[in-house]
Design a binder for this molecule. Sequence first.
Ligand SMILES: Cc1cc2nc3c(=O)[nH]c(=O)nc-3n(C[C@H](O)[C@H](O)[C@H](O)COP(=O)(O)OP(=O)(O)OC[C@H]3O[C@@H](n4cnc5c(N)ncnc54)[C@H](O)[C@@H]3O)c2cc1C
Length: 320
Amino acid sequence: MTTTIRPTDARLLAADALRHLALDERAKAHIEQDQVLRPLFERMAARYIGGATLPECLERITAVNAQGHAATVDYMGENTRDAAKAHAETEEFLRLVQALQGRQFNSSVSLDLSHIGLIIEPEICHYNAGRIAAAAREIGTEMIVSMEWSARTDLILAAYERLCSEHSNVGITCQARLHRTPADLDRLLTLPGKIRLVKGAYQETADVAYPRGSDELRATFLGLACRLIASGHPCSIATHDPDLLDELETFITAGGWRAQPYEFEMLTGLGNLEGLRQRGHPTREYVVYGREWFLYLCNRLAEEPERLFTAVADALGARP
Ligand SMILES: Cc1cc2nc3c(=O)[nH]c(=O)nc-3n(C[C@H](O)[C@H](O)[C@H](O)COP(=O)(O)OP(=O)(O)OC[C@H]3O[C@@H](n4cnc5c(N)ncnc54)[C@H](O)[C@@H]3O)c2cc1C
């Protein structure tokens, strides 16, 4: 007997498979070493990343700024388990900040704290993050901390609060999916840093988070975004969801909130940032670069399995 897979099941199965593939180190190593597969996957990733190297990424930021959007740059990586590597990765972030200064880009820096030592030893992370924040402050820009899976939220918020006590240019990301986020925001709004609101990308259980694509998540995101915009606190509303963006534009116009310190932020290759810019909203593109693009690519495809069609076209060179 054959089993019929309904479209929604196929979508969920594909998303689940891609999330597993993202974490499969053997598959990653195989693809990276294979003469045929590697270029195909690199072409798929090219849509979503600012390049494998810093010079390539700087070209992307030049283009983003020329289009009228600010940028934020993340040198991809997370879960560093070796102190020497955490320090070496910090040096790359420092080279990035130096390069931003050299060319007067309009760009901040974003990073995962686990990339620079958080899960080895919070003290290592504090030292490394402090160096990057200080370098960013010297060139008049911000360092925004990304949010990781919920088991790390307390650790990241504690590290963030400590960084905030020493640096005024450090911001944080909040995930609307997590049930705890409204209470976390009460605390975060007392600190000076920019708050970026996202839905949340990690696999979470129902006791800590709303399901992806649920009405509750949409309503919570909308409520938190409106709260942030109206608060007058520097904030970034980071989503590609066109329905949510329509509602937020209506909220901003109706409430007379245009002068508030908000911005809309999207990932390279996703969403319609240009439309928002043309309608007069501040916009920012989140540009990632580096050689760790495999996990990033799989996660972008898992978020919207229909993107697999685009990925096939990209891999086969059918991009217009
Ligand atoms: C700047 C930025 C920073 C981020 N940082 C983090 C972080 O630190 N931690 C973290 O966990 N996650 C982070 N994320 C990822 C985030 O949590 C979500 O996983 C991701 O943004 C997908 O959610 P979404 O709101 O964009 O829309 P989705 O929920 O993916 O999409 C919503 C709806 O919009 C539709 N849609 C999407 N794009 C388009 C389009 N171009 N045209 C038409 N329809 C479309 C989809 O079909 C879907 O129906 C970040 C995202 C951004 C943009």
